[in-house]
Ligand binder design. Sequence first.
Ligand SMILES: [Cu+2]
Length: 297
Amino acid sequence: MLRGAWKLGVLGAASLVAAGQSWATPTPGGIDFQTPATETARRVQAFHFEVLIIITVITAFVTALLIWVMIRYNRKASPTPKKFSHNTAVEIVWTVLPVLILVWIAKGSFPLLYEQDVMFNGEQVPEEQVVDIKIYGNMWYWDYTYNQNTDQEFVVESRMLRAGDADRPLDTARGDIPQLSVDYPMVAPVGRHVRLKITARDVIHSWAMPQFALKVDAVPGRLNQLWFKVDQPGIYYGQCSELCGKDHSNMPIELWALPQQQYDQWLVAAQADPANGGRAYLDSLPRPGVTQLAAAE
Ligand SMILES: [Cu+2]
């Protein structure tokens, strides 16, 4: 019962946060989480707020104890200190209670680790329904391989947009976000199980997508995996999250989640001309989802 009430409070707080449009996408000066875009991200954020409540109560309790001791037992108030050094009841309580709190936190945390790490949270998804995208980190850009190991395999390179660039300069009027928008974004279908295989060609990078609550290192010579299933069409942003050299801050991740039909059309366009990454097709679409909110502000 108590647990149910807690969860309601936690979810209420989370949805209040989500309701603030300015927090839906990365905005200058924004605080708090971005709106979660996957079931996993929603659960991770709810768990965050649960732990936040626990640590707030503990911190307040310990602070109150400290203040009480400082006032009640300072040299003036208590000139002759008591000499005892053991109290079995208190010792049992201050051992058992923290253990119970840690077990409670572990009970919420371990299933989330499993969910992020194990493909599709253990759900058996037929191979032909899985969308595979391979991600390489490079100094200092990402590239994305689609239809890997088929005769339709192609690679799209993805670099940050800069003001004044010759090919495609950053244009905030179009909805581009400085330091986050790229020339040829990653594209994935909505409502499908997307399996990411992530590695790097030179140094360690890290592929991170806050709205999906996902982050994993891209390590040369090693293959890491992540998965997601995004509910809403939208443009989602992340950044390389492992210090990888002088342009570490200039290798953002831009992911367009498109309805299946648009995704299929993009695949055809991008495969025909990978160097242009289906950009003309993407530009022909109304910019999907959350970015419209950010651009309208
Ligand atoms: Cu990097």
